[in-house]
Design a protein. Structure first.
Length: 277
């Protein structure tokens, strides 16, 4: 069978005895990065004779048939990522789907997950949440995804790199507005920190200090559906920002999702702003 094994996101003490036993029992360990998994096995003194094979987004199409064949031959395959729970912003779901299609048993050893840990620490509503993975590296794609999520009432969870944090916070503050937000950094590690505040304030805070280091999780509170529609000044600001990065049609469409204004009214305001611009 295929066993999905969660690994520590920082603190080795979170590597459960059951997870260690799963790696010991495996015939093959499919790793996102074999070097990282070898290091984990060594540090935790896991006794295993399993063969380590790389399995990631770039070689998945080639490796999946090989792993499925091994599973059909009765081998136990453990799937691990570099850190945390496999398939959560990591490769693996296609292998799980292929196992189900081939009637191969799939089991899992639960464990650390950065998005869930950050959510529990955040103080933001945790009954409904949406995990988006990494904010796209390209500005246009990032703006589009952030805008598309702006109307969701669930807490938003994103991964981001330290190098892009300041820029992303500025875009989020522009699109989401002054919502409550949390930056969780280096979870379970020595320098773990959780910084809370309004998006607008956090954008200014991080813009005024040197770039942070470490792994980041960003959490943004969901949209308030009881909030009144945006003022004309707010709508104009959102449209102006949209017109700077895309067409009039796209700017109106995106503004409609976050302002509460009807399409026709936004279109007329966008036309007047476009003429002034």
């Amino acid at each position: 069978m295929l066993v999905i094994v969660s690994t520590p996101i920082g603190n080795l003490g979170d590597f459960s005895s059951r997870a260690q036993q799963a790696l010991s029992d495996a015939d093959i360990i499919a790793c996102e990065d074999t070097r990282m998994t070898k290091k984990l096995i060594s540090l935790c003194a896991v006794q295993t004779k399993a063969k380590l094979l790389p399995y990631h987004d770039h070689n998945g199409a080639e490796m999946r048939p090989r792993l499925i064949k091994a599973l059909q031959e009765g081998k136990i395959v453990a799937l691990v990522s570099d850190a945390g729970t496999p398939l959560i912003s990591d490769p693996g779901y296609k292998l799980v789907a292929d196992c189900h299609a081939a009637a191969i048993k799939v089991s899992a050893v639960p464990g650390p997950s950065a998005p869930v840990m950050a959510l529990t620490l955040s103080g933001l509503p945790s009954d409904r949440f949406m995990f988006h993975g990494f904010v796209p590296a390209k500005t246009a794609a990032a703006r589009q995804q952030i805008t598309e999520s702006a109307g969701l009432t669930a807490t938003q969870i994103w991964f981001e790199t330290p190098q892009r944090l300041t820029k992303t916070l500025a875009v989020m503050a522009e699109i989401y507005g002054p919502r409550r937000a949390v930056i969780a950094r280096e979870l379970t590690k020595l320098h773990e920190s959780v910084t809370r505040g309004r998006l607008t304030d956090l954008a200014q805070l991080y813009a005024e200090q040197p770039p942070v280091k470490g792994e980041l999780v960003m959490l943004i509170e969901g949209a308030d559906k009881t909030r009144a529609a945006a003022s004309e000044e707010e709508a104009a600001a959102i449209l102006t920002a949209g017109l700077q990065h895309g067409s009039l049609k796209d700017a109106v469409r995106d503004a409609e999702k976050v302002t509460g204004w009807p399409h026709r009214r936004l279109y007329q305001l966008a036309l007047s702003l476009d003429k002034k611009g």
